[in-house]
Write a protein that binds this ligand. Structure first.
Ligand code: RET
Length: 281
């Protein structure tokens, strides 16, 4: 099994069993859906920026930064998929292509390196912290966000060849993830104080969305082994499931999260006397 070096499991499936037409195309389509959504989101965040008072507009700007970087990196991730495997007419399946790069989800991880700090900062421009210190929370978000991703990025290279290293790097990454969850819970709790009911409810939904969508990423990291080591999902089903999981997670944690934060900002703007008509067009 060593001829592929530290390649991830998609490549082993592509080398040994190959992908059926449906598994290959579904993956390619889901990856494309991912970057198409980022472009649509980009337009949405640009076009709705004036719906909120100027002090909340940094939130929309950060969503725009997230959309642009995700669009580009998910586009390259899709190209990586279509380049890595080629159709074999004799066998009627897709196998690892000769002379091409192998497939790796690394583009995603590097996209998170930009997007995770941005998504975490974004909420700080909408809510007001009552007890915690803004720059301390921002720096902790930044540090733990980056550490979580870098350690996970290293770990993913070992998902086939060294399960101990895979588990250790994954566990270190999880420590930083838990720190982020604790901080975010505090930010949302403090943010709810003294704001209109509608905005409080929206912040409650953002917490649930955050929790569920961010948990999908470690789920995708574990995907090939979720039903047992080198067992149940170490096949094309696992490959497709991983890309679907990532795409649902990306659309929820970046686009839907940004839309909901925009609605909170809109509700706060309204409560502060800002109306959209007031703006100069
Ligand atoms: C890794 C490695 C395994 C352990 C854990 C992970 C967590 C990843 C997360 C990523 C979130 C990404 C987002 C991207 C949006 O653009 C790195 C998979 C805990 C939570 C929100």
């Amino acid at each position: 099994m060593n001829e592929l070096g530290n390649a991830t499991f998609e490549n082993y499936v592509g080398l040994e069993q190959g992908f059926s037409e449906m598994a290959y195309q579904l993956t390619s389509h889901v990856l494309t859906l991912g970057y198409a959504c980022m472009l649509a989101g980009l337009l949405y965040f640009v076009l709705t920026i004036k719906n909120v008072a100027p002090k909340y507009r940094m939130s929309s700007i950060l969503s725009v930064v997230v959309m642009v970087s995700a669009f580009l990196l998910l586009y390259v991730q899709t190209e990586n998929w279509t380049d890595a495997f080629a159709f074999d007419k004799e066998k009627g399946r897709y196998f690892l292509a000769e002379g091409s790069d192998l497939f790796n989800n690394g583009y995603r991880y590097l996209n998170w390196l930009i997007d995770v700090p941005m998504l975490l900062f974004q909420i700080l421009f909408v809510v007001s912290l009552t007890r915690s210190n803004f720059s301390s929370v921002r720096n902790q978000f930044w540090f733990s966000g980056v550490m979580m991703i870098v350690t996970g990025y290293i770990g993913q290279y070992y998902e086939v060849t060294n399960l101990t290293a895979f588990a250790i790097w994954g566990a270190i990454s999880t420590v930083f993830f838990i720190h982020i969850l604790i901080l975010m819970r505090r930010v949302i709790k403090e943010g709810k104080e003294g704001i209109p009911d509608k905005a409080q409810k929206l912040l409650g939904s953002i917490w649930v969305l955050f929790l569920v969508s961010w948990m999908l990423y470690p789920g995708a990291y574990l995907m090939p082994h979720l039903l047992g080591i080198n067992g149940g999902l170490f096949n094309e089903v696992g490959v497709v499931a991983r890309e679907i999981t990532y795409t649902i997670a990306d659309i929820s944690s970046k686009v839907i999260y940004g839309v909901l934060l925009g609605l909170v900002a809109q509700s706060l703007s309204k409560a502060e006397g800002y109306t959209i008509e007031q703006q100069e067009l």
